[in-house]
Design a protein around this ligand. Structure first.
Ligand SMILES: Nc1nc2c(ncn2[C@@H]2O[C@H](COP(=O)(O)OP(=O)(O)O)[C@@H](O)[C@H]2O)c(=O)[nH]1
Ligand SMILES: [Mg+2]
Length: 348
């Protein structure tokens, strides 16, 4: 999802906007009194509409929490707080409705007055009340503007696409794999809960677009080294990932003994209870072990097709990945052996 929420004005800015527009409203009338009535009424209506439209747009642009994919719900809870977000959206809606009602009532009252001073008094009182309602939600408006900045900066991860996450200790070759398997250059994104950058790549199985995620700071170290937020992030990832590639470096040039790497595997397996894990040993160009695990070299790109087949086998149970014929494969493959991205011209 790619959020693009417009900046949210605080109370003062909203009032400036609404009062400013209203100040330009004037109406004609057969008598001076009628002109004053109609002008005051038009100003009050204008304020009601400006506030309703502006706040209404904010409400529309924020995601509907009830239908949000679980991954985003979890992420928003981590970086913003679902309860605070709900409360702030509720307050903003309250202010919108109060301002509208106050303006409408005042507009009606103005029409019934026969004294120009009375008309001004009613109008001014309504302005003061609008000011007060919006002032009461100023903090919430400011909170929502911070929230929308966080949402807008989230990397564009699509929960509807099959997702593969790569786990394993630092330096085993996760980023290298993401970049070698991806059909384009992986995007680098920042999540507020990890100091390290997350690599996001895409590849195609048949016509099915799949996401590939590097997960630094989350599944690259033992539990007892993860903080509370990283634990929550692991939960969020669990609702997103369909397959985990757990990468070992049997050469141990990454700096972690195989015994430690196997220990981490055990923890990832526990955390990602319902998710299938493919165990992969990287750096086969340097050395290979005797185990049954899939051997690859991310650096040299060796055996990546074998790995992709394994991913496909798991994913095809959940997603409609059609079996493509050899002919099609040839057509889809360019000289370098990279899979042609058939949908690249139709990027969403
Ligand atoms: N020889 C060899 N080196 C590799 C291979 N894959 C990654 N590396 C190297 O291992 C180091 C760490 O790789 P990186 O992808 O950054 O690991 P990450 O921390 O798990 O993301 C880099 O210097 C890579 O060039 C491989 O298949 N063979
Ligand atoms: Mg990395």
């Amino acid at each position: 999802m790619d959020f693009d929420i417009t900046p949210i004005l605080d109370a003062e800015q909203l009032l400036d906007k609404a009062f400013g527009k209203a100040s330009k409203k004037t109406k004609e009338g057969n008598t001076e009194l009628e002109r004053k009535k109609r002008t005051a009424s038009a100003k009050l209506n204008s304020i009601a509409h400006t506030i309703e439209d502006t706040i209404g747009r904010y409400e529309e642009e924020f995601p509907t929490l009830e239908i949000l994919p679980k991954f985003y719900f979890d992420i928003i809870d981590i970086i913003i707080g679902i309860d605070e977000l709900k409360k702030s959206l509720g307050s903003m809606n309250w202010a919108k409705r109060r301002v509208k009602r106050t303006m409408m009532e005042a507009a009606r009252e103005v029409v019934s007055k026969e004294d120009p001073d009375e008309i001004e008094r009613v109008r001014k009182k309504a302005y003061a009340r609008a000011d007060s309602f919006l002032d009461q939600v100023d903090e919430e408006l400011k909170f929502l503007d911070e929230a929308r900045k966080k949402l807008n900066s989230l990397p564009d991860i699509r929960p509807e696409h099959p997702t593969v996450a790569v786990a394993g200790y630092p330096n085993v070759g996760k980023s290298e794999l993401v970049s070698k398997i991806s059909s384009g250059k992986p995007k680098v994104a920042e999540y507020p809960f990890t100091t390290k950058e997350v690599g996001i790549g895409h590849f195609y199985l048949g016509y099915q677009k799949c996401q590939l995620l590097d997960t630094p700071g989350i599944l690259d170290r033992p539990k007892d080294e993860r903080n509370e937020i990283e634990m929550q992030a692991v939960k969020a990832l669990e609702s997103l990932a369909d397959v985990i590639i757990f990468m070992y470096d049997p050469t141990e040039t990454c700096g972690y003994l195989m015994e430690k790497q196997e220990g981490l595997y055990g923890e990832v397996e526990e955390d990602m209870e319902d998710i299938e894990i493919i165990e992969v040993e990287n750096k086969m160009d340097i050395d290979q072990s005797e185990t049954e695990r899939t051997k690859i070299s991310a650096l040299e790109g060796s055996n990546l097709e074998v790995l992709k087949e394994k991913i496909k086998d798991i994913l095809s149970e959940k997603y409609p990945i059609e079996k493509i014929k050899e002919d099609d494969l040839e057509y889809l493959t360019d000289q370098k052996g990279a899979t042609y991205d058939p949908l690249s011209d139709f990027e969403d």
